[in-house]
Design a protein around this ligand. Structure first.
Ligand code: SF4
Length: 426
């Protein structure tokens, strides 16, 4: 599904890390081991995290707008992937015996495409690493077609306590235009099964701003989503992602993206409907009932460490950030011969890491504490002065506001969040 909650731990096929150029590191091996040991020293440890992300890179087809890494699923390909993933788990267990993730996120691709036996196998070796014992929030993405009662019961009984359903829409025509392979009836029946399996912490993701869809029609989509009583809703505007098939398709059909002003009207309408229904917009694209925000993503956005497993999965440990190559064949071959596949790695300076946390932090309702960032990364006070004056300038423009120690975006600022973020980039 299209990154419910815009999960931070997977890379698109275009392999973008924002901003800085990356360096190739063929084997993170022992050097990373010693660096991971340093994480508790510098930067200062956060209250939350770390997290674990497991990428399941399989789908039953490719949606035109999607740039996440996934390949067409076959039983053999999934089995050989699980062989490799088991080796990767063992490799990390040997290097980080003290790794105690607080959250676990199974994303994709389409995790629910695994068979019951494949799920059992995956859970078996995840448990064997000891990585699941400390997990408090365990999320799994499911697609409407794969959300059978047997699979949902297995997930629940295995410890999954949060489900994210890739609904995308409650309008069959919009689903067809998005190139999705499920219907509204599939979404509704998945919602019933999720509730029947006993999940109370579950969410839906919706795709907004499909060209040609009227405001009234979009409003009905949101109302139908609310009628299913989810605890969480992610709302993304349809955008042209580098590496997706959408630009080529639209070139053929003559379709164009929704006009920016209309796009904002659609997003504002969703916000007002969701807020009236008791949801809090805790991140620009994410809404939750009180206490139901996705802890895994919150921790990642707040700068916590996370380990990502699988091709195209991203990881961050202290100042180090790396992404495994988006190539399933290469990933399986490497682990079959006992080697870590190539990763693209970046060693950030404390100042760069602080800037990353600042930009992500601004997307959240709570905002960011500039003083905490400076202390965490041991930056000098000149940095604080520069950031503060940028915030004050943006506040004069009505784009930012201060609440106690935190600076955050105003509603107007949320509409132009990307432009605001640029003001903080060196
Ligand atoms: S189901 Fe579609 S949107 Fe989701 S990961 Fe697969 S191709 Fe991408």
């Amino acid at each position: 599904m299209r990154g419910p909650e815009k999960n931070a731990n997977r890379e698109t096929t275009s392999g973008r890390h924002r901003g800085r150029p990356s360096i190739e590191v063929p084997d993170m091996g022992s050097s990373l081991h010693s660096e991971v040991g340093d994480v508790s020293q510098h930067p200062k440890r956060l209250r939350h995290g770390p997290g674990l992300y497991v990428h399941i890179p399989f789908c039953d087809g490719k949606c035109p707008y999607c740039a996440f890494y996934s390949v067409r699923a076959t039983a053999e390909a999934i089995d050989s992937y699980l062989n490799a993933l088991e080796r990767e788990c063992a490799w990390w267990k040997a290097r980080m015996p003290g790794f105690r993730p607080q959250t676990l996120y199974l994303g994709g691709g389409t995790p629910s495409i695994l068979s019951l036996a494949q799920w059992e196998r995956l859970f078996g070796f995840l448990r064997a690493t000891g990585f699941t014992a400390s997990v408090k929030e365990w999320s799994c993405e499911v697609n409407p077609v794969g959300a059978t009662s047997e699979k949902l019961r297995l997930l629940r009984d295995s410890g999954v306590n949060r489900i994210s359903l890739g609904a995308q829409s409650f309008d069959d025509d919009i689903l067809t235009r998005l190139g999705r392979r499920h219907s509204v009836a599939d979404v509704r029946s998945a919602c019933v099964e999720i509730r029947r399996a006993g999940f109370t912490n579950w969410g839906l993701d919706l795709m907004a701003c499909t060209p040609g869809v009227s405001l009234g029609r979009w409003e009905r989509v949101v109302q139908r989503a609310l009628a299913e009583r989810p605890a969480h809703l992610s709302v993304y505007a349809l955008t042209i992602e580098e590496g997706s098939r959408l630009p080529a398709i639209w070139q053929q059909t003559g379709e164009t993206p929704m006009d920016e002003r209309m796009e904002l009207r659609h997003l504002h309408r969703a916000r007002s409907l969701l807020e009236s229904a008791g949801f809090e917009r805790y991140e620009i694209s994410n809404y939750a009932r009180p206490g139901r925000a996705c802890r895994h993503n919150l921790d990642c956005w707040e700068g916590a460490d996370y380990l990502g497993l699988g091709p195209a999965a991203s990881s961050r440990m202290g100042l180090h950030r790396w992404t495994t190559g988006a190539d399933l064949g290469q990933y399986c071959t490497a682990w079959r011969s006992g080697h870590q596949p190539p990763v693209q790695a970046e060693n950030r300076t404390p100042s760069e890491a602080a800037q990353d946390d600042l930009v992500f932090g601004l997307r959240m309702r709570r905002g960011v504490s500039l003083g905490s960032l400076v202390r965490r990364y041991e930056l000098d006070s000149a940095r604080l002065t520069v950031w503060r004056s940028t915030c004050e300038r943006l506040a004069r423009l009505g784009l930012m506001e201060q609440g106690g120690a935190y600076w955050r975006l105003t509603r107007r600022g949320q509409d132009v969040a990307d432009a605001v973020a640029l003001e903080f980039m060196d």
